[in-house]
Design a protein around this ligand. Sequence first.
Ligand SMILES: Nc1ncnc2c1ncn2[C@@H]1O[C@H](COP(=O)(O)OP(=O)(O)OP(=O)(O)O)[C@@H](O)[C@H]1O
Ligand SMILES: [Mg+2]
Length: 436
Amino acid sequence: MSIPVITLGAAASAYVPGLEQLRGPVTVVRRCEELPDLVAACQSGLARAAIVAPGATELTASLVDRLRFAGVAIVALTDGPVPDAVEGVEYVGSTVGAAALAEAVSRAVERFGEGSSRPQGSLAYADPRYRPEVAAPSPPQADEGPADGRITAVWGPTGSPGRTTVAINMAAELAAAGTTVLLVDADTYGASIGASLGLLDESAGLAQACRIADQGGFTGSALGRIAVSVAIKGARLRVLTGITRPDRWPELRPAALGQVLDAARSLAEVTVVDCGFCLEADEELSFDTVAPRRNGAALRCLEVADSVIAVGGADTIGVPRLVKALAELADAVPTAAPRVVFNKVRAAAVGRAPEAQLREAWERFGPAAGIDAFLPVDHAAADQALLAGTALLETAPASALRIAIAELADVPVTGRPPGRRLRDVRFPGNPARLPR
Ligand SMILES: Nc1ncnc2c1ncn2[C@@H]1O[C@H](COP(=O)(O)OP(=O)(O)OP(=O)(O)O)[C@@H](O)[C@H]1O
Ligand SMILES: [Mg+2]
């Protein structure tokens, strides 16, 4: 296993030629002079270890915690005895040879790995010993399916337009129709699939999967062991729950998430991903080096998805928000061809014949994509499903909302009430009028 390393300070970077000459697993991927550079590089997932020169910086417990939380083991070079050694740091004298330093790095990474499988008990998130829970990597299985599953990303602007509701219910409809489905919560701002399905476990399945995938060789069957199973109408829906607190977003590194979604293609015929709303990449601009990207998770999902459902709220705030968000999506992920869906469609918000009103407004704004579906408001059905921790097809199978989402998922619904027909409405639009 290769061990990418970052150095901090001149005395540490002086070891680079010696380490490279060893041609061993330790390779220096970046030399940093300043602490902020080191932290940013570590948080971007670049390295497994950092070598810190004596006097380069004070190794406080919180700094160590921060680097360890980013998955980086720390080796500190010292000029003498260390009276106030920080737990979790591997100390070596600053006159050791390159081979001894490489050994210390391997040791630190190994210990770090052992620490990560320790039971968490009551360790607080801020505790330096805290490691996200991980399961052991699994060897590839002979029964690994073909990697031809499809990925559908459910996305939409801020304002709770109903991304999670659409994602859960599309996944449930597909599963109940006999498709193998994986539902993934990749929202780095407000993960809620676990809570919506009444899952009490705090395992943050997606974060676990990312951590293992980051080590390489991740497979669909390994992913299958991390996902929890939820029974919906006798069918099995696999779920990868999201991060338990928004501040755990660095655990969903885009590269690792990409590996997880690759593995998902061989686990399930369809993977439905609930994405965060925000696509801004501004954080990158404020650092000299590659900075952590909170929105990288959403962007990666949208990049790899075979289809994107863009959910907007059907009111005077939701419509222009969706128009702007679609323009941002076109900039950020030009390959995405979103299907536009309006949710919570109601006359009270836009006037009589709401679908016609929304179509007219959409035409005025002029986005290139037409409206694909209208999902009616139904507070009673939505609340009932949330309360029961399940999908609409269990609690409100005859509701217009359930039927509309089933149609969106291309699942035929039997016993649909007469007279309700959702039309596919498409407009050529005028992209020049898109607000940019
Ligand atoms: N068609 C609908 N009719 C009535 N209520 C709905 C409908 N769709 C969603 N809701 C409700 O609106 C709320 C927000 O929905 P949801 O959590 O799906 O939105 P979101 O876009 O995922 O929001 P967040 O920003 O929290 O991720 C929930 O209480 C949900 O039950
Ligand atoms: Mg949500």
